[in-house]
Design a binder for this molecule. Structure first.
Ligand SMILES: Nc1ncnc2c1ncn2[C@@H]1O[C@H](COP(=O)(O)OP(=O)(O)OP(=O)(O)O)[C@@H](O)[C@H]1O
Ligand SMILES: [Mg+2]
Length: 309
């Protein structure tokens, strides 16, 4: 389990990370989302023990970043936003090198390497030189390197940047698989919709502050009190606004154009069907009636203010 408690990092007067707390359990895939300069990399680097916090702490399975940094390092795999690979070294040699650093016994190393190559779909590249791999493959190799010591927590800082859509999709699948294996995965990104589909929890950070945290659906509910229903009427629909405003569970009705309305509605599916039936029964002539699908990008923009440090 990962516990992050009031983590804080100040650079002079600038609070890059301002009292961030959250906790994650095995199998959690956490999307860490925020605009440029929000504090994602700073937070992640403190969790890796590479950067000393100004305050607060974090514990991974009981190992504290202050008291037991080596214990923390043994349990994490970190994929930085910019990483370098070594040239003139073969894929398996690269992984063997890191397996040695993590003190995996020589007799076990081949099996470990086979295992991570298979997981990252690089088995056929075993004998290739690292510099001949495509960007997407290098990304997967970097992840493979993070997995040789079977860490409990993976910290992936914008792992999908620079990947084509197919490579992104494959990377997502890999992250989901890691979650299924019972690891805790933290993935950072600028883009909420990109992570929302496969993360069971997300945190939205801006100017060092965690503005929203939890399951995507819960965050959406916090931001949007009710449903939005778009209605297009036949003709001008005079008086329709007054009539609809009085119907059950209607929070607000606004006209969007001469014959278009937007209804803010707090009811459930049954009550929404009843609303449509009542409107028709009242003689309102409806051309179109549909619930607006929420747009995660809108939710993100509503939560964040666009301010940067
Ligand atoms: N070594 C440093 N010295 C001073 N300020 C720093 C340092 N590192 C980061 N910062 C500042 O801390 C804030 C958070 O930076 P951080 O790199 O954590 O953001 P980020 O969310 O990872 O952004 P990006 O999406 O651009 O990667 C920024 O305002 C940045 O300028
Ligand atoms: Mg960053």
């Amino acid at each position: 389990m990962l516990e992050v408690v009031n983590l804080r990092k100040a650079y002079g007067p600038l609070l890059a990370v301002d009292d961030v707390s959250f906790s994650l359990s095995p199998g959690d895939v956490f999307g860490f989302i925020g605009p440029n300069g929000a504090g994602k990399t700073t937070t992640i680097r403190m969790l890796t023990t590479l950067l000393e916090p100004t305050g607060g702490t974090a514990r991974i399975n009981g190992a504290d970043i202050w008291k037991d940094p080596m214990g923390v390092r043994r349990q994490i795999g970190y994929m930085p936003d910019f990483f370098g690979l070594y040239d003139d070294i073969k894929v398996w040699e690269y992984l063997d090198f890191f397996a040695a650093i993590y003190k995996i016994p020589t007799r076990d190393r081949n099996a470990v390497i086979d295992n991570v190559l298979e997981l990252t779909d690089l088995t056929t590249k075993r004998e290739s030189f690292v510099q001949t791999l495509s960007r997407g493959m290098q990304q997967r190799l970097c992840l493979a390197k993070c997995l040789v010591h079977d860490p409990a927590l993976l910290l992936l800082d914008e792992p999908a940047s620079g990947l084509d859509p197919r490579a992104r999709a494959e990377f997502k699948e890999l992250v989901v698989e890691l979650g299924r294996m019972g690891k805790i995965v933290i993935v950072s990104s600028h883009i909420l919709p990109e992570l929302a589909a496969f993360c069971n929890k997300v945190g939205i950070i801006e100017r060092g502050k965690m503005l929203a945290y939890g399951a995507v659906n819960d965050i959406v509910k916090q931001v949007r009190a009710g449903r939005h229903i778009d209605v297009r009427l036949l003709g001008e629909g005079d008086g329709a606004v007054d009539v609809i405003s009085k119907m059950p569970h209607v929070i607000k009705v606004s006209t969007v154009g001469p014959s278009a309305l937007e209804i803010e509605f707090s009811g459930d599916d049954q009550q929404q069907a009843a609303l449509l039936a009542t409107m028709l029964a009242k003689g309102i002539r409806i051309l179109d009636f549909h619930e607006r699908k929420f747009d995660l990008e809108d939710v993100f923009l509503q939560i964040t203010t666009g301010a940067v440090n």
